[in-house]
Design a protein around this ligand. Structure first.
Ligand SMILES: *Cc1c(COP(=O)(O)O)cnc(C)c1O
Length: 381
């Protein structure tokens, strides 16, 4: 079976370095907030050219901590794309505010700045106070942050970028982490930069926010953990995970380059028969996923089965818009037609830096022949 994301090939490459790094942690014994945590924060800050990096327990906590630091309150409307992972909207509810869904663009799958304007009006009609936006860089492709920031500024909103999938991507020469009031990411194993467990981080150039975030991450600490100046949480990254991430960061640029080559090969092999991912000008994607859109005439179920029969795994990110999920039915939304049709038509293909050319060509050929033999529409029992 071909791997959808091959973490073992990467582990083989860096196994001795990871083992040595973990042994160092066992030797010094500082499992919580050990020196590797601070070393990682400094390395990430340098890599992303951002003043402050605050690591934390996972990408969801990164979003929660960000919302807490931004003082989000009940009655606030926070705008989130409808086509994303559940965490983006969930965290808004967790801090007592209201997520307001915004539809996405059909080519980049990212938040539509024009529909954002409409969602702001809609929130006001619901008696909510428009406060902030959480744009997502879906599948690694940066959203149109300049356009989004423009709308944000007009309405006095902040933006906190959910870069859980786009660590390593660039927008107008800046790495993810360097735009928005805050940026969050995740080190879940399958993300572009993943650890061997849970992990996340928050990036900001705002020194005051950074101080607040550091306090929130450790129970709202003041001078120390037993001086509690605000309500916080236990949101720390474990030292072991930081030690692993430091080793992975060393090979990350090389992995990004490999991802570019693989994405280009997919696009060249498939662009005449499906909609391939669009990379907007002056951006680079970190290619967390390679997600195509099949169009309404291709039977996706049949295609998935044909791929499975050839031992090729595929995934559907996402089978539903968040606004259609039972947990999110009560939140305001306008027209979500793009999300609704994308969720019927997208398909993610195996994507990781160690996908070999011959294997990839086999995936492309299998997909091509499955599409050309797929009968127009109509499901048969
Ligand atoms: C993975 C992901 C998260 C959450 O990250 P965890 O580390 O799993 O908590 C948030 N937002 C998006 C868009 C994600 O893909």
């Amino acid at each position: 079976m071909i791997a959808f994301i091959d973490l073992s090939a990467q582990q083989q490459r860096i196994r001795p370095q990871v083992e040595a790094a973990l042994l160092r942690v066992l030797d010094h014994g500082q499992y919580i907030m050990g020196p590797e945590v601070f070393e990682l924060e400094a390395s990430l800050a340098q890599y992303c050219n951002v003043k402050h990096v605050i690591t934390c327990a996972n990408g969801t906590d990164a979003l929660v901590l960000g919302l807490m630091a931004l003082n989000v309150k009940p009655g606030d409307a926070i705008f989130v794309p409808s086509f994303t992972f559940a965490a983006t909207a969930e965290v808004v509810t967790l801090v007592g505010a209201t997520p307001v869904f915004v539809d996405v663009l059909p080519d980049t799958y990212n938040l539509d700045p024009l529909k954002l304007e409409k969602a702001i009006d809609l929130a006001r009609k619901h008696g909510l106070k428009p406060t902030g936006i959480i744009p997502v860089d879906l599948f690694g492709q940066p959203a149109d942050h300049m356009q989004i920031e423009k709308v944000a500024k007009q309405h006095g909103l902040w933006s906190m970028v959910d870069a859980a999938q786009s660590f390593g991507s660039t927008y107008r020469g800046r790495r993810a982490g360097g735009y928005g009031r805050l940026t969050t990411t995740s080190f879940f194993p399958a993300k572009p930069l993943g650890c061997y467990g849970e992990g996340g981080a928050i990036f900001t150039n705002d020194t005051e926010l950074a101080e607040t975030l550091r306090s929130l991450r450790i129970h709202g600490q003041g001078r120390d953990k037993y001086d509690n100046v605000r309500i916080g949480m236990n949101g720390r990254l474990e030292t072991m995970q930081a030690a692993i991430l430091l080793q992975k960061l060393d090979i990350f640029d090389d992995e990004l380059e490999r991802r570019q080559v693989i994405a280009k090969r997919y696009t060249e092999g498939l662009r005449d028969i499906v909609s391939t991912p669009v990379v907007i000008p002056r951006t680079t994607s970190s290619w967390a996923q390679y997600t195509i859109s099949l169009g309404p005439s291709v039977d996706r179920n049949m295609l998935v089965q044909a791929m499975e029969a050839a031992d090729i795994p595929t995934m559907i990110y996402y089978v539903k818009g968040l606004h259609e999920q039972p947990a999110y039915l009560s939140y305001p939304r306008g027209d979500m037609s793009v999300t609704e049709s994308l969720s019927q038509q997208v398909l993610s293909l195996p994507m990781h830096p160690y996908l070999e050319e011959a294997v990839q060509m086999h995936i492309i050929e299998t997909l091509r022949s499955a599409i050309s033999s797929s009968k127009p529409m109509r499901m048969v029992g």
